[in-house]
Design a protein around this ligand. Structure first.
Ligand SMILES: Cc1cc2nc3c(=O)[nH]c(=O)nc-3n(C[C@H](O)[C@H](O)[C@H](O)COP(=O)(O)OP(=O)(O)OC[C@H]3O[C@@H](n4cnc5c(N)ncnc54)[C@H](O)[C@@H]3O)c2cc1C
Length: 404
């Protein structure tokens, strides 16, 4: 009987464990995860922070589900050692676990820049349910929050705190919000909307230090501005969890390097999700973690049976009714790239389409989500749109007509 071991109990780990059981019902599947909770849905942490749901409502499946699926679940079980020669893992509690096939799905952690005072009480980051619980406990006692980082996660967290009734200031290093997904004009449309919701946005600002002032925190920016708040949250990027695996000889770059079968450089060791780097890319999104987990599981059971070709980058943000989608190479520019724009700030609408070699390779869609699915399909299929380029924003032009 093959023994499959999965390390990491969130989307990638649990998806793969379930798939392995389905494909090899007679096998033994054990899942070890550091956190004390079963798989919970990280996007729901915002609803919890906003005061709309309880922590348990973020659980994707109840604890009983694992046993029903034949998955041997080990919560609060951190893996600390990895020895591929003996095919064993060492747990924090001293136990040794052996495997025939191993999936590493240990995801990522928040990256905090080296800012003085980042370790003070009242300063947080948001990755786990425990982080969210800490934020909620603090938010109950204070009225103002500073969010450092105006990316996707930072803005959603800012919105959640604002929904809770806190006054929120967002500090972004880049000259505009969502630098990875939005261009400057699109960001202006979004900023107008966020200002209307009562948030203060400071762009092109560098956080220099945080100091305690009585019960408050004082955030000093390089420009000389100072912000007083009871709660400060860093949302400044994610780093893959690689150190334990690296010490066991797994090849890493920014993440664990995997090939199209989600194999690492070591025999019988696979990786998927936020810790996996495929063709230089760490996606950091749920759709990629899901896809990679499905392929990894299939290949763990039937060697090289399922080929992964990458995931279309697509990001969706919904801030108080304003829907925003970034698809593919959404901010792509260059001599060989044609950029088409539609900007209607008053209507809260903005669209940017990047075309290369006649095909749409990326798009930003703010305010009209009906166009997202057809654009996604056009990008995935590489359809030639050059002959209708001038009509792509016409009210009466049906994007779906381009998809056969
Ligand atoms: C607040 C928030 C909101 C998000 N919203 C979205 C969204 O709307 N859409 C989207 O696509 N993505 C979103 N993301 C990103 C998404 O959650 C991640 O891409 C996804 O969780 C990655 O899944 P994963 O299983 O690879 O890793 P993770 O979710 O990081 O899970 C890794 C697991 O491994 C465990 N682990 C780590 N080290 C060890 C160890 N040594 N031993 C044992 N266990 C270990 C951890 O405890 C954890 O359970 C959001 C993230 C956050 C934080």
């Amino acid at each position: 009987m093959t023994k499959y071991v999965v390390v990491g109990g969130n989307v990638a780990g649990v998806t793969a464990a379930k798939r392995v059981r389905d494909l090899d019902p007679g096998s033994q599947v054990a899942l070890y995860t550091e956190e004390p909770y079963p798989y919970y849905y990280r996007p729901r942490l915002w609803e919890y922070i906003a005061g709309q749901i309880q922590p348990e409502d973020t659980y994707y499946r109840p604890v009983e589900w694992y046993a029903q699926q034949g998955i041997d679940l080990h919560l609060a079980s951190r893996v600390e050692q990895f020895d591929p020669a003996s095919k064993t893992l060492g747990l924090q509690n001293g136990e040794t676990v052996s495997y025939d096939r191993l999936l590493i799905a240990t995801g990522g952690r928040c990256f905090i820049p080296p800012v003085e005072g980042a370790d003070l009480p009242g300063v947080f980051d948001l990755r786990t349910l425990d982080d969210a619980k800490g934020i909620v406990a603090r938010a109950e006692q204070v009225k103002e929050a500073v969010l450092i980082g105006g990316g996707l996660l930072g803005l959603e967290t800012a919105k959640a705190l604002s929904d809770r009734g806190l006054r929120v200031t967002v500090v972004e290093f880049f000259p505009h919000l969502l630098p990875r997904q939005l261009d400057a004009p699109g960001s202006e449309v979004l900023a107008t909307h966020l200002n209307q919701l009562g948030m203060t946005l400071l762009t092109g600002e560098v956080t220099q230090s945080i100091e305690a002032q009585g019960d408050d925190l004082l955030v000093s920016l390089k420009s000389g501005k100072q912000l007083k708040a009871g709660l400060v949250i860093f949302s400044t990027g994610i780093r893959s969890e690689v150190s334990i695996w690296q010490s066991g000889g797994v090849e890493t770059n920014r993440g664990i390097v995997v090939n199209e079968y989600l194999e690492t450089n070591l025999a019988d060791v696979f990786a998927a999700g936020d810790d996996a780097e495929y063709q230089g890319m760490i996606y950091g999104i749920i759709p990629a973690a899901l896809e990679q987990a499905e392929h990894a599981a299939a290949n763990m059971v039937h060697t090289r049976s399922s080929r992964y070709n990458g995931t279309l980058l697509s990001t969706r943000l919904k801030i108080a009714g304003m829907k925003f989608d970034a698809l593919g190479d959404s901010t792509l520019e260059g001599e060989d790239v044609t950029v088409l724009r539609l900007s209607q700030p008053a209507a809260g609408r903005y669209e940017r389409i990047a075309i290369r070699g006649g095909a749409i390779v990326g798009a930003i869609v703010l305010g009209d989500s009906r166009r997202v699915q057809p654009l996604k399909r056009l990008i995935a299929a590489g359809v030639n749109v050059s002959y209708v380029q001038d009509q792509l924003f016409d009210k009466n032009f049906d994007l779906k007509s381009l998809i056969q």
